[in-house]
Design a protein around this ligand. Structure first.
Ligand SMILES: [Zn+2]
Length: 169
């Protein structure tokens, strides 16, 4: 069977799956550090090798790229229009693996937070540090930070309106 993705391109794409020290991950680490939290990275002995771990608090923070982790109802996680079946299966299996990891962490008494790339790319990320602190100091077992899906259109319109206003001044 012919593979239309070149070997080089594929290896670039595959490297994104388990990417370490990605920009979104660094954003989260920086925000935690700025508030005085200390953490460990990529603990191999835990399910899914969580990106950020605070062992004393039994907290695992996973920073997920929306495409590779098959973020549902997310504008950054569209299945590619070529080789659709391959990608759909691949992304589904990534999503299932993530869910298994989170379930396993939860079962072992860890609180888990997924910080999605779309959250970090949205204006919401201005509150990243506060949002992280609130979650860390709270008692939610499993949670995630994502760009809201329902307000997407409204905020896009609002942004356009404010841009128009700015440019006419
Ligand atoms: Zn997303």
């Amino acid at each position: 069977m012919t593979d239309i993705v070149t070997a080089q391109k594929r290896s670039e794409m595959m490297s994104g799956i388990r990417g370490k020290n990605t920009r979104p991950e660094l954003q989260v680490r920086k925000a935690l550090f700025s508030m005085g939290y200390r953490f460990r990275l990529h603990r191999k002995d835990l399910p899914g090798r969580p990106d950020i771990v605070m062992p004393g608090r039994r907290i695992a923070i996973l920073v997920h790229g929306c495409f590779w982790h098959g973020h549902q109802d997310c504008r950054y996680a569209k299945t590619p229009s070529t080789r659709t079946e391959f990608w759909a299966a691949k992304l589904k299996s990534n999503r299932q693996r993530d869910q298994r990891d989170i379930d396993a962490l939860h079962a072992a008494g860890w609180r888990t937070l997924v910080v999605w790339e779309c959250y970090l790319r949205s204006p919401l990320h201005a509150d990243l540090a506060t949002a992280l602190r609130d979650w860390i100091e709270g008692d939610q077992q499993v949670s995630d930070f994502r760009e809201p899906t329902t307000e997407k259109k409204a905020s896009a319109t609002a942004k356009r309106t404010s841009n128009t206003k700015t440019s006419s001044q």
